[in-house]
Design a binder for this molecule. Structure first.
Ligand code: PLP
Length: 392
């Protein structure tokens, strides 16, 4: 007999994928240039040139068997050492190579961490708006997935609402800053308050409540806005980092998990993550990419193209009367749907070949998401459609 949950997940495409496929079908009919597709978060700036040069160097300089062979399951020591050095130079965080686990991007890293931290009946909380995959990730681990209502209109964290949802069964909270879909960066004050609340409740319940910090967008912050390093504010943090967006490598599958030495039961937790990854079929992260990352930890994305898109959209759309939180990071805007019904609004936009993702799937009805890793020209051409829609 088939597993009904697995079947449901595989058979029903996500709303984002549906829209993306619809956009491709429309492009075949009306021309790619006439479809304004804001659906999918696929980076639109190329990886830094040094990344490609490093691939060639690694292949030319290193033994082919080592480049393409299995590595240890936790990842090459050289890669973990390079990442630890980079983190320490930026955050003075005391990261050690043995606290890092090289994973295949944030998604499988989150799955491993969620499996490691939960037993059947454990509760996992996400803060709306949240990345929709958290729900199947948490439920596949046998956990109960709960959503803390959004803190409108700023999309920080409403501590009272969060506190009301904590129970002795709460195993962990997942946060994501810079955020998909809101583009908001949690402030130092928000994270400090969160740390204080979790410290208080952990003491009350007699066990740690872990904070899972999902960080594919850490390097994507604009105007010098601070993205605090969460483990320095709350020690019981597990970081799931990815190079998918920071180096525009989403198809290559590379990132890391960081379990700080000062986290409660740190060594056991690290072992449980390694064990959970093993049980999910993790063998090792792509070996060539481990070698490349070992030499590229200093590289940061050139955000100019995203920043230009962000400014154009934010300025023009707010001038038209659209409302949204200030988008300081990632490459998303999360906009209040005029009229209040985001599904109806997105449907109307779709009729004009403007593809917007309704916020329901992110736990935040009444808003829609724009992903602005697209061309500047497409944004310019789409602006009159936004203007028409808000007038209607
Ligand atoms: N978490 C968030 C918030 C994301 O937006 C994404 C991808 O878009 C992921 C995790 C998964 O990233 P990765 O490609 O590293 O698995």
């Amino acid at each position: 007999m088939l597993n009904p949950n697995a079947y449901a997940l595989g058979a029903n495409r996500s709303c984002i994928r549906e829209l993306f496929e619809y956009g491709n079908a429309r492009a075949a009919i009306v021309g790619r240039e006439n479809v304004y597709d804001y659906s999918l978060g696929n980076p639109s700036i190329p990886s830094p040139r040094e990344v490609n040069e490093t691939i060639c160097k690694v292949i030319a300089e290193m033994d082919s068997l080592a480049v393409h062979g299995y590595t240890s399951a936790i990842g090459d020591l050289a890669t973990r050492t390079a990442i630890a050095e980079d983190l320490n130079s930026r955050y003075n965080a005391g990261v050690k190579p043995e606290e890092l686990f090289i994973g295949s991007g944030a998604a499988p890293e989150l799955v491993a961490v969620l499996h490691a931290l939960t037993t059947p009946g454990s509760e996992i909380l996400a803060i709306a708006p949240y990345f929709p995959e958290y729900k199947p990730f948490a439920e596949s681990a046998g956990a109960i997935f709960k959503v803390v209502p959004p803190d409108i209109p700023d999309f920080q964290i409403n501590m009272e609402k969060l506190e009301a949802m904590l129970t002795p069964n709460t195993a962990a909270i997942i946060i994501n800053s810079p955020n998909n879909p809101s583009g908001v960066v949690y402030t130092r004050q928000t994270l400090q308050e969160l740390g204080q609340l979790l410290t208080k409740k952990s003491e009350q319940y007699g066990h740690p409540i872990y904070l899972i910090s999902d960080e594919p967008y850490r390097e994507l912050a604009y105007d010098g806005v601070e993205v605090p390093f969460v483990p320095t504010l709350y020690p019981n943090t597990v970081v799931c980092y990815s190079y998918s967006k920071s180096l525009s490598l989403p198809g290559e599958r590379i990132g890391y998990i960081y379990v700080p030495g000062q986290a409660a039961d740190s060594k056991a937790l690290y072992a449980a993550i390694a064990g959970a990854a093993r049980a999910c079929g993790h063998v090792c992260a792509p070996s060539l990419w481990q070698k490349v990352i070992a030499r590229c930890t200093h590289l940061r994305p050139d955000l100019n193209a995203y920043d230009r898109n962000r400014k154009l959209l934010y300025e023009k759309l707010t001038a038209m009367g659209y409302e949204m939180a200030k988008p300081d990071g990632a490459f998303y805007l999360f906009i209040k749907a005029p009229g209040g019904d985001a599904n109806a609004f997105s449907e109307k936009a779709k009729q004009k070949d403007l593809l917007l993702v309704p916020g329901d799937g992110f736990g935040c009805p009444g808003y829609f998401r724009i992903c602005y890793c697209v061309s500047y020209e497409m944004i310019q051409k789409s602006l009159p459609v936004f203007a028409e829609l808000i007038k209607e």
